[in-house]
Design a protein around this ligand. Structure first.
Ligand SMILES: NC(=O)c1ccc[n+]([C@@H]2O[C@H](COP(=O)([O-])OP(=O)(O)OC[C@H]3O[C@@H](n4cnc5c(N)ncnc54)[C@H](O)[C@@H]3O)[C@@H](O)[C@H]2O)c1
Ligand SMILES: O=C(O)C1=N[C@H](C(=O)O)CCC1
Length: 253
């Protein structure tokens, strides 16, 4: 059984990850990493120990894997500290900068501890990234529209940033950190437009324009359940890695 811990267990995604790890036969949920001991409880749902620091989590619960589902401020320190404490991170949280990804990649390689970054765990989004990387070679004029629920604070989405970076690599134009201007955020030379509205969950379109034609690739997540099979896949896969993998698309074959 894989010993798993979840960071951000009271969040929308974290709560679902906790449930998935508790019900999955291949996993043993050994603890959660929370910001504080809420309601003075020392367990979640009366069963799973709550930790507020990585060192104690590592020493007492001894997780093999940490599923990171917090926010753009906590994700880097949590992922770094997990690697340094010998825990393999599976990072679902969005908002890591390219510089931070570079540092985590170095750290992961130095320690020989696998780490998977998957800003979108849904298989459909991973496929969209692959298809967009293919299409950009033939239709280089492209823009991304990412649409999310109004509770999402960070922008552009992790999915859009990774899609843009992969497209730039595929087109040979190189990856650069995004900056904002009046036409969305420039990520690796590709404009990304961010929409936040009630009623939405997670949606992305990549539009490719050509003379007299438009190609649109679109993916929609209608339920957070769409992320769970990819998360399970990543938790199993990271056990066999000794370096950082940037994107679920790299592990779905
Ligand atoms: N990879 C995916 O498929 C996927 C899917 C949905 C959301 N996300 C991303 O996952 C992240 C969480 O999304 P959400 O909708 O669950 O957000 P949320 O705000 O509902 O939950 C985040 C939780 O993290 C907790 N938290 C913050 N800092 C922490 C810390 N240092 N230690 C422990 N807990 C901490 C918060 O208290 C909160 O409960 C976001 O970055 C989002 O973009 C990824
Ligand atoms: O915040 C969310 O909800 C999501 N965020 C991810 C992102 O930033 O790409 C994608 C899945 C949903």
């Amino acid at each position: 059984m894989i010993r798993v811990a979840v960071a951000g267990p009271r969040g929308r995604m974290g709560a679902l990850a906790v449930e998935t790890m508790i019900t999955g036969r291949e996993f043993l949920l050994v603890g959660v990493l929370d910001r504080k001991m809420a309601e003075k409880a020392d367990t979640l749902a009366g069963a799973v120990p709550i930790y507020t620091d990585m060192l104690t989590l590592a020493e007492e619960a001894k997780p093999d894997v940490l599923i990171e589902l917090t926010n753009h401020e906590s994700v880097y320190p949590n992922t770094r500290d997990a690697i340094m404490n010998g825990i393999r991170p599976v990072v679902g949280t969005s908002g890591l900068t390219e510089e931070q990804i570079g540092k985590l990649s170095e750290l992961s390689g130095e320690h020989g501890i696998g780490c998977i970054l998957a800003p979108n765990f849904s298989i459909g989004a991973a496929l969209l990234m692959k298809f967009a990387s293919m299409a950009v070679k033939y239709m280089p004029d492209a823009e991304i529209i990412e649409l999310h629920h109004d509770g999402k604070k960070d922008y552009p989405s992790g999915t859009a940033s990774l899609t843009a970076r992969m497209m730039a690599e595929s087109a040979g134009t190189g990856s650069t950190e995004g900056t904002g201007d009046g036409r969305g955020t420039d990520v690796s030379g590709i404009p990304v437009h961010s929409v936040r509205l009630p009623g939405l969950l997670s949606h992305q379109e990549v539009l490719f324009g050509g003379e007299g034609q438009l190609l649109t690739l679109r993916h929609d997540s209608f339920s957070r359940q769409s992320y769970m099979s990819g998360m399970v896949l990543a938790v199993k896969d990271v056990m066999n890695r000794d370096c950082l993998i940037d994107g679920l698309d790299k592990i779905i074959g």
